[in-house]
Every structure is written in C-alpha cells, then in structure tokens.
Design a protein around this ligand. Structure first.
Ligand SMILES: [Zn+2]
Ligand SMILES: [Zn+2]
Length: 328
C-alpha cells in the first residue's frame, strides 16, 4: 500500500510502498478514505515528542471503512464507516484506566505516534477505540472531529460553566469548539496571531462576539480561556484576561516554555491546567452533541502524496479550519 513515512524526526515524510498491515486480535483493518493533519503531527515530525515509533506512518484523524475483521473483533461489520482517534489503546487495568482516566494510562498507545496512523491507504485499529461516524458528516468533514473536535471538547468541558470564554489560537480545534460554545449559550472571544485579520474574520463568522490580537485585552474580563496555540507566552496573557476564579486550559500536547510571570496573575484562585489525550467517554459525548449543534467543519484538501505541503501550510498558519489528506 502507499503511505507517507517518517524515517526520523526533522525529515520530510517519504512517499513509499509498504506492506499492508494485518488485523490482530480485537482489531479491524480499515481502508482509509481521508486523514486530517493535526498540529500534533508537526510536533511528532519535529521531534518535539519523545520516542515515536520509527519508521512511522503519522496521522490520527482517520475516517475509513472496515475491510477486514481480526479474531475476536465483533463490534463492526465489513463496510462500516469508522473513525480512528489519537488514543489507540489503553491497558484497562491501571488505576487511571479503572477510574475513568484512560487518557492518562502510562501504557497507552497513540495513533500516528506509537502506532502507525492514517497517512496511508490502510491501517489497523483496536475496535474498542474506534468511533462510528454520524451520518450527517461527509468523510473529509468528519476528520477534524476526531482530534481537534474531541480534545477541544474535553478542554471546553474543563472550563465548567464559564459564560465568557476566550480562545487563543483559532485553528482546527477552535473553529469546532466555538460552535459548541455558542450552542451552549456562551460568548466566545477569539485571539489570533497579531495582525491575522483573516483569522479574526473567520472567528467572527462562526459566532465569536469579539476577535482580536493575542496580545490585546478583551473588552470584558473572561470567565475562562482555552489556549490551543503552542506558545507558552500565551499563558500569562490569558491569566491576565481571566477574572477571579477563572481557569486557563492548555489544550495542546506541546508548548514552548512559559515565561515567568508575577504571582498576582494567578492570585484570586485563578488556575492553569493542561488537557492530555482523550477518553472514549469524551468521544461518545462529543459525537452525541456535535450532530445536534450541528458542528460544521471547514477543510482544505490535499492528496496523500502532498502531506509535506499540507504540514508546511499548517505550520505557516495558512490553514483556516483543518488540512485533510484525501487518500481514496
Ligand atoms: Zn491503563
Ligand atoms: Zn491531533
């Protein structure tokens, strides 16, 4: 099968012909239609996440159809449309798995990082960690829901009942979460790279009540903020923008170093937390609410062989919405 392969970090992906994987116990073989490009893929390729599987097929926002069923797999039938997310496997036995926090399982395996992912014609996946895709979504439109959507949703849930919500970094996750936040009756304040008027206009078109530069102050104090951009310097800026008791949720897997800041920015019970990975429960809840909003995604499509170009566009901030590789 054709695949885009990472041989070692900080290199371009190689377009290669590699053997098709076989489904193991409890796994299904999926013929991939589309796979989105996530910022995490950039962190993997850039060597910012430790010990990736190598060589590796990146990609963890996969939509395809079940083509073969492994021993003891019984959840899906041939031809079913499924999505494969970042969390590809968890042990089910450790204290985190047993307390509903499989996202923190130390033995967890991740699609497109420690397991081969979706920049390819096929992949195998543990059926328990796949999601059926709601019918209202076309393939490409569904891909960003699988990571940007559901990890973004976990970040949103973490803000509790915050009414005035700031979002820093208006890409794939933000464009989905803004729609859910508006549906829930919240006000969204969008912060983009300074001068990114196109991004700010995009945020307003999705219902943000205000959009501005990340170093500017919102017109009103915020109850919570979510940071999707991988820039540590946004943490003190977001803390400054939230009111007493407010929370700043960091939704990304990697951030540049956080500069020091005066304690008064944290004082009055402000807090900062990170969101790691996802649980299957997050996915079930998200795929329940998304079609009711209904969340719409905007995508820019590329061919499988154009994965390096798609990643370069994402890196340069040129994608509004999500970049999606169309495989077949
Ligand atoms: Zn575990
Ligand atoms: Zn992702």
């Amino acid at each position: 099968m054709r695949a885009m392969v990472l041989d070692s970090p900080r290199q371009l992906l190689r377009h290669a012909e590699i053997p098709e994987p076989r489904p193991g116990v409890g796994q299904v073989l999926i013929r991939i239609n589309v796979c989105a490009v996530c910022r995490t893929d950039l962190h993997v390729v850039d060597g910012e996440l430790p010990e990736p599987k190598l060589p590796l097929v990146p990609g963890h926002e996969i939509v395809g159809r079940v083509a073969e069923i492994g021993t003891d797999a019984q959840r899906f039938k041939i031809g079913d449309r499924v999505g494969v997310p970042w969390l590809g496997w968890a042990c089910g036995k450790c204290e985190y798995c047993q307390s509903g926090r499989e996202n923190l399982c130390s033995r967890a395996r991740f699609t497109g990082y420690t397991l081969d992912g979706g920049y390819a014609e096929c992949c195998v996946a543990d059926e328990r960690f796949c999601f059926p895709i709601p019918d209202i979504y076309a393939d490409a439109e569904a891909t960003p829901l699988l990571c940007a959507g559901l990890i973004g949703f976990r970040s949103l849930v973490r803000t509790g009942r915050a009414r005035r919500l700031g979002i820093y970094g208006f890409g794939g996750a933000a464009h989905i979460i803004t729609q859910i936040a508006r549906y829930q009756g919240r006000e969204v304040y969008a912060f983009t790279r300074p001068g990114d008027e196109e991004g700010q206009e995009f945020a307003r078109s999705l219902g943000a009540s205000w959009a501005g530069d990340s170093d500017s102050e919102p017109p009103e104090p915020l109850d919570a903020a979510i940071i999707f951009a991988p820039a540590g310097e946004l943490i003190p800026l977001a803390l400054k923008a939230v009111t007493r008791g407010g929370i700043v949720v960091c939704g990304g897997i990697h951030m540049s170093d956080v500069p020091s800041f005066p304690y008064k920015l944290l004082w009055q019970e402000r807090s900062v937390c990170s969101i790691a990975n996802l649980t299957r429960r997050d996915g079930d809840e998200f795929f329940d609410i998304a079609p009711r909003v209904p969340v719409r995604t905007s995508v820019q499509t590329f061919g499988l062989a154009e994965a390096n170009e798609a990643m370069a566009c994402l890196r340069a901030g040129k994608i509004h919405g999500a970049a999606v590789l169309v495989v077949q």
